[in-house]
Design a protein around this ligand. Sequence first.
Ligand code: ADP
Ligand code: MG
Length: 319
Amino acid sequence: MRLRLAADFPHAGFEPGPLARASMSGCGYARLLPVISSLAWVTTAQARGHDVDEPIALRALARAGLAVEVVDWDDPAADWGRFDRVVLRSAWDYPDRMDEFLQWLDRVAALTDLVNPPATVRWSLDKRYLAELADAGIPITPTRFLAPGEAVEFPAGRFVVKPAVGAGGRDASCYAPNQLEQARSHIARLHAAGRVVLVQPFLPSIAELGEWPMVFLGGRFSHSACKRVSLPQAGLVEGLFAAEENSAHAASGEQVAVAQAVVDHLSARLGTPAYARVDLVLGDDGRACVLEVELAEPSLFLPFAEPAGIDQLVWVLSR
Ligand SMILES: Nc1ncnc2c1ncn2[C@@H]1O[C@H](COP(=O)(O)OP(=O)(O)O)[C@@H](O)[C@H]1O
Ligand SMILES: [Mg+2]
């Protein structure tokens, strides 16, 4: 870490924390603020060229004077300790290499500042956090959690089967009421691999309207988007992620309140995450509910962020 003049920061719209505000207030000249100078942007070989956030963020971080390198998380030659901060971004193949990835988190966090930190990342890797959020009074997508050995029961109508630990729609499928045998063998396959399974009623609004990723930077709501993912009917997603179609969305007050409740809960438990994404959907009762919380390597939908949101990202990653 080195010290740079606050005036070196050319960006408007920062949200300095209380300490930085105190150090800047009342002075007629620039004061010294600690900011980092080198940052690793962590990806994986298969994701290169696919992350639309990356060019936007890298340009902004470079403008702020940071030396940023894009590094594959599994690059054996990477010297993580020489970066002031390592920022987990498009390491999208980790669900297939979970043990290796968890070891990587701890190894890197012992060498330098890993964003988000391992405990925060681990919390979000297992969708059983939905039960914790429900206990905290936050509306979630109705969910049954089935550990290996537990009896399987299905909701009436169409339903979705997905692993508690999984991403990008991999190993997730939707079933009609006449496909129970297929659903049972899907669950049996996940259970045989020791995986906990989530069963949820199929929410038609997800197919009709999509879902709304709510992006938080430094614990504060920044922007949202509308995302449509095509989940296969009784089939499995091939490749790293299910196809997505994204568009702009102005979040409602209700959506911001639900997503903020998630981030506040999490911040109280594990510290404020540098970035967080809360994916909201419309429940059958017409109200916003949580489908998923992403703290490991969420796409941040930066093409839909205002310039102030990009500044906020730079601030959060560089202070
Ligand atoms: N209960 C549900 N009803 C309808 N579609 C769902 C439901 N759960 C998941 N999906 C679809 O499956 C996709 C992947 O599920 P999600 O819970 O976001 O897990 P992940 O993104 O970690 O794989 C979602 O983007 C959505 O399109
Ligand atoms: Mg998702």
